[in-house]
Structures are given as C-alpha cells and as structure tokens.
Design a protein around this ligand. Structure first.
Ligand SMILES: *Cc1c(COP(=O)(O)O)cnc(C)c1O
Length: 410
C-alpha cells in the first residue's frame, strides 16, 4: 500500500530539522580585526583585498582578477573593459538574475535572449548561433545553479564571429566543464559574494581577466575604480574614459579571505548532495532531474527538477505543496517568467522617460521567443541545497519526492 500523503493527513517524511550551521566564525573575526588594525579600509593601501585576490587566483590557477562591489558590478566592469558600447548586441540567458542585464543596459547595449537546453537550463549553443547579427559583440553565459554551460561549442561560435565571452559565475563556484573551472574559459569570469551565494562578504564580486595580459588587467582594474590607475605607489588620474566606482573595501576582503578557505568544502558537499538527489529520483515516471552532462561538475546553488504534468494527476503547484507538507521546502518555479517578460523589456524603458537604447534595435522581446525557457519555468520545482544539510536530510528529500511522485502518478 502506498503511504498516505502528509497533505491528506498522513505522516510526513521529514521528522527531524534540516542540518544547519554558522557561515561565519572566529577566522572571519580575526581577519576583520586585522583589517581594522591596518588603520585603513582602502583596498589599495591595505592588504586584505590583495590577499583575497591572491588566494582566489591560486585557487583558480589564474594570474589576474579584480575585486568589485557586487556581481552586477563585476559583469558591468567586464563589459565596460571589453569596450561594449552603444547599440552593440549582447546575447544572454532569459533565466537569470537581473544583475546579468544591468551592465549591458548601462553600456547602452542591447540584451538579446537565446533559448536554453531543457534539462541543464543553460544556453543552447544552436540558439546562440541563431541570434547572431552584424551588431553582436558579446555573449554573457550564465552557469545557472552551479551547472556549467556547454562551453566548447560556445567558444567556437565566439571565435568564428569574434565575440567577447563573459561568464556569469555568480551561482557557480568551483564548477567544472570537462575538468576546467568555469570563470577561466571565456575572456572574463564574473563572481558574486552577495549574502546568498556559496560564499558571502555581505556584498562583493570578482572579475577574472583570462587573457593573462597585464594590460587587460589594468583596463579592468581602472573600470572598477573611476579610471584611477594605481600601480604600486603611482596613481594616474587621467580621465580617458567614463568608469564607475565599484571598489571593494578591506572589510569585505577580510571576510572573503576566511570564506575562500571554506569554499572547497562547501562546493564538495553541495556537489555530492545534488548528485545524490539525482541518483535517488532518476527513473521516476514524470520526474526530470537537474541534468549535469557527463564529465562536468555541478556545485548546486540550488536543485531544480522538472515535472511532466501529463504524467501526474496533479498540477505542478499541487506537487510543490504536497512536497512542502512532507517537510521539504521548495518553490514552484524559479523566477516567475523569463526576464524579457519584465516591464523594462516589454515597455522598453531602461531609463525613466526614455526608450534608449532599445530604439536603436529591432530585437523582439515577445512571449514565445524562448519557448524552452518558458516551459522550464512553468514545470520546475526548486529545492534548496545547503552544505550544512546531513546525509539523512538528503535521504528525506529523495523519499519525499518519490512518495509524492508515486502517489500522483497516473
Ligand atoms: C546573484 C547574481 C548576480 C548578481 O550578483 P549581485 O552580487 O547580487 O549583484 C548576477 N547573476 C546571477 C546569475 C546571480 O545569481
């Protein structure tokens, strides 16, 4: 006999609280105290932001990166340093945080949305190819939820059409594509250390400079610092180009040093837990697990499965509610709709009282323009995964999904 669902008065699967823990500890406190003892919190005078970047570069095996004030700032900085400007088209993903898009529009460039692969939720290279025009200058790939995009064909398309590739790694720390770390494959990799990501400095971000050229490093650095060019004791303040102030402070750098030490453990646990959920729910009728291509490593910022509604006697919303009743928190869907359905794109109003830069472009933001992305958001169930969860928490998540799926199966 099948178990009675908790939503119908049965016993719920999850009987113990989820594992939890403290993200910050004595190491962060020690680093912060040292930062204050320096008697300066300015990144160029102190040691903390510099150490944070040195540690990050060592972890990633790269020569150059720049610290900034957020993930949004990181992407804007990469675009600005790459010379993306008025009327340029930038191809990106319709399922992302709006931070991916802000920098594109501040450069007065035009976001163009390509469709996604149905099971990795990442950009489909064939769709990218179909969106290329004579105005295309860059691709901002989003490695959603810690799962890498299919970078080989994307880099091949970029080389063929001479496009800049920026990797949005805000959700994908220590993610590997065929063994290579995401954020080191395109021209620039952009990370966020906001409070919701794998590691937190309150707010903050990092841009990797993958050409390995010192000159490119200085260009990125200048774009994040009002075009001040600081080399050792020298400061060049000549204002050649416009650039915002996206500097990171020593307090953020200090916390970042301590957080980076925990990052490999955090990613290892998330990778293990996400892959275990997939193994536990694979083969269930109507359940489409979060797919990771063979040879890749996903560090699950969250776990997102899809359901095939025609295989169930319930809707996606009912499935989600039944799972909550079993004691497994989840949400029906991720963002409510693809980003191009937001008023900013529908009304073409990036700036109050203006339609610039949209009026330079004939790009369409119609419903239906990325059908797979729209389907993903209508059928997804997102389950949080956390490094503090225990192995038995993962067992319970699997049990609950199986119980609900089997109950509602037609
Ligand atoms: C969080 C996030 C951003 C923006 O990062 P902030 O630090 O909040 O500015 C950009 N892209 C994606 C995919 C994100 O998840």
């Amino acid at each position: 006999m099948e178990d009675k669902l908790a939503i119908h008065g049965g016993t719920k699967v999850k009987q113990t609280p989820f594992g939890s823990g403290s993200r910050f500890g004595v190491d962060e406190v020690k680093q912060l105290a040292e930062a204050l003892e320096q008697n300066t919190l300015f990144y160029h005078s102190g040691r903390k932001v510099k150490q944070f970047l040195e540690d990050f570069n060592a972890l990633y095996g790269i020569s150059y990166s720049v610290a900034v004030s957020s993930g949004t700032a990181a992407i804007h900085t990469a675009l600005g340093a790459a010379g993306i400007t008025v009327g340029d088209e930038v191809i990106t993903s319709p399922i992302t945080d709006q931070g991916t898009l802000v920098g594109i529009l501040y450069q007065n460039a035009i976001p163009v949305f390509a469709d996604l692969e149905p099971h990795t939720y990442n950009l489909d290279p064939r769709s990218i190819q179909s969106r290329i025009t004579s105005r295309t200058k860059a691709i901002v790939v989003v490695h959603l939820a810690g799962n890498p995009c299919d970078m080989d064909p994307i880099m091949e398309i970029a080389r063929k059409h001479r496009l800049i590739v920026i990797e949005d790694c805000a959700q994908s720390y220590l993610t590997r594509y065929k063994g290579r770390l995401t954020g080191t494959i395109g021209d620039y990799g952009c990370f966020s250390t906001n409070d919701f990501k794998h590691i937190s400095t309150g707010d903050g971000g990092i841009v990797t400079v993958n050409s390995g050229l010192e000159e490119d490093y200085y260009t990125v650095h200048a774009f994040a610092d009002k075009n001040y060019r600081r080399f050792g004791d020298q400061v060049m303040k000549d204002l050649t180009y416009l650039a915002p102030n996206y500097r990171m402070t020593e307090l953020q750098g200090a916390v970042g040093i301590a957080q980076l030490k925990k990052l490999p453990w955090i990613c290892k646990r998330r990778n293990r837990y996400g892959d275990r959920i997939t193994a536990g729910i694979s083969g269930l009728k109507g359940i489409l697990p979060h797919h990771v291509e063979g040879g890749n490593t996903c560090t699950y910022w969250f776990y997102m499965l899809r359901i095939e509604e025609k295989q169930f006697k319930c809707t996606r919303e009912e499935f989600s509610k039944a799972l909550i009743s079993e004691g497994v928190p989840n949400s029906a869907g991720y963002i409510p709709m693809p980003v191009y359905m937001q008023p900013l794109f529908q009304q073409r109003t990036a700036y109050r009282g203006s339609h610039f830069p949209f009026e330079l472009s004939s790009t369409s933001y119609e419903e239906g323009s990325c059908p797979t992305a729209e389907q993903i958001l209508k059928t997804a169930i997102r389950i949080p995964v956390n490094e503090f969860y225990t192995e038995s928490d993962i067992d319970d998540i699997i049990k609950a999904v199986r119980k609900v799926a089997i109950h509602y199966s037609i």
